[in-house]
Design a protein around this ligand. Structure first.
Ligand SMILES: Cc1cc2nc3c(=O)[nH]c(=O)nc-3n(C[C@H](O)[C@H](O)[C@H](O)COP(=O)(O)OP(=O)(O)OC[C@H]3O[C@@H](n4cnc5c(N)ncnc54)[C@H](O)[C@@H]3O)c2cc1C
Length: 353
């Protein structure tokens, strides 16, 4: 019997594991550690500093630039952003834990037993951190249906930096341009020798091969190694019966911006601490589930604002979006914008370990 079983060894799962040293913890993933990258691996540098993961950083960026059909809006950021190496980051996080890792596909959960392709394992606390599929939580039978999370779809490829022209390589770039993708966004994140280029549709449209060709065409390259997956835009229930859900499995990706790494690590750390306190102090499973659920729900309104912004902004005429971007990029509004955005999931707010 394990104290904790964590399904999914990416941002959310590793953040949970980081808080549980000294306990019997089993970490399960269908892929070898650090090989299942789904994201462009762009985030805020203070997050990386908070976790002491600077060894994974590939490049630091001091501004975000939003390109629209008629203009480019520069947002110099009060805190730096960065791109990082996914494999290095996952391995660094894993090396600090004392978990047992098994490469296996999880299939579902039955009470305190997690079913996998290699047999079943029992755990007192069970965590679903398997990304948008929610491999453990979606199969759980419950009386009330789970709140739907809503899914966007993204596709991405890498271009050698030498092929890319026309962008400032010290910034993270976004495009809101219906000529590239109606109802979606494009991005280009320079990262040490390559540029990670992608498009994301606000909605489930998977027809992104042409938009990504248009996006890479603009930058002067040809897409190769294209891969894609869903990313959520609405928070779902953080607990499903006896299962804690964290990261994309709980819809914790911020709508509109598609930023999911920081929330996955934030809620993962909080979840791990609640469980550790539960183990230390002999709290019941229900008490820990309740505490975690309350913690996530206390932040629901922030997520709802971004879900609403995604729905509304994508319906507005481009001129109006340009006016909003122009206003927010002014010195008067920028500090407020960045501080508010950072405050959505500020790791220092979780409190002492
Ligand atoms: C194209 C694209 C680009 C993105 N770029 C960024 C970005 O630059 N910055 C940002 O902040 N966010 C970005 N996101 C969002 C971000 O990728 C996610 O929000 C983040 O990865 C969520 O972390 P997670 O740990 O919850 O899930 P994931 O990172 O998806 O990890 C889930 C883990 O579970 C494992 N797993 C899945 N199913 C099973 C199973 N049945 N059995 C065992 N293991 C399983 C997977 O192998 C994986 O290791 C992007 C998303 C997309 C689609």
């Amino acid at each position: 019997m394990y104290d904790v079983i964590i399904a999914g060894a990416s941002f959310a799962g590793l953040a949970v594991a980081s808080q549980l040293n000294g306990y019997r913890v089993l970490l399960l993933d269908r892929k070898p550690l650090g090989t299942g990258q789904t994201s462009a691996c762009g985030t805020t540098f203070p997050l990386i500093e908070y976790w002491g993961l600077q060894d994974a950083v590939l490049q630091i960026h001091d501004r975000l630039i939003l390109h629209t059909p008629g203009a480019a809006f520069s947002f110099p950021s009060p805190y730096p952003w960065c791109t990082f190496d996914y494999e290095v980051l996952c391995n660094s996080m894993y090396d600090r834990t004392s978990v047992d890792f098994i490469e296996t596909t999880v299939k579902g959960v039955d009470g305190n037993r997690v079913m996998t392709s290699r047999g079943s394992y029992k755990g007192k606390f069970i965590i679903d951190a398997t990304g948008w599929r929610g491999a453990l939580s979606t199969g759980v039978k419950r009386e009330e249906p789970r709140a739907p999370m809503g899914l966007n779809f993204g596709m991405e490829c890498m271009l050698p930096t030498a092929q890319v022209s026309g962008i400032d390589r010290s910034a993270l770039h976004f495009w809101y341009d219906r000529e590239i993708l109606p109802g979606g966004v494009g991005w280009a994140f320079p990262r040490d020798g390559v540029v990670s280029v992608g498009v994301g549709s606000y909605g489930r449209s998977r027809a992104l091969h042409e938009p990504i060709s248009r996006m890479t065409g603009r930058l002067g390259g040809k897409p190769t190694g294209v891969h894609g997956t869903y990313f959520p835009y609405r928070l779902s229930d953080p607990i499903v019966e006896n299962v804690f859900t964290v990261g994309d499995a709980a819809g914790m990706c911020i709508a509109l911006t598609g930023e999911g790494i920081r929330p996955a690590m934030f809620f993962g750390e909080a979840c791990g601490r609640i469980i550790r306190r539960g183990l230390e102090n002999g709290l019941t499973l229900d008490e820990c589930l309740g505490e975690y659920s309350d913690f996530v729900r206390s932040r629901r309104k922030f997520f709802n604002v971004f879900t609403a912004a995604q729905v509304i902004l994508t319906r507005l005429p481009v001129r109006v979006v340009e006016w909003i971007a122009g206003t927010l990029s002014q010195e008067r509004w920028r500090p407020w914008l960045f501080e508010t955005y950072w405050g959505l999931t500020d790791p220092w707010e979780i409190g002492p370990a």
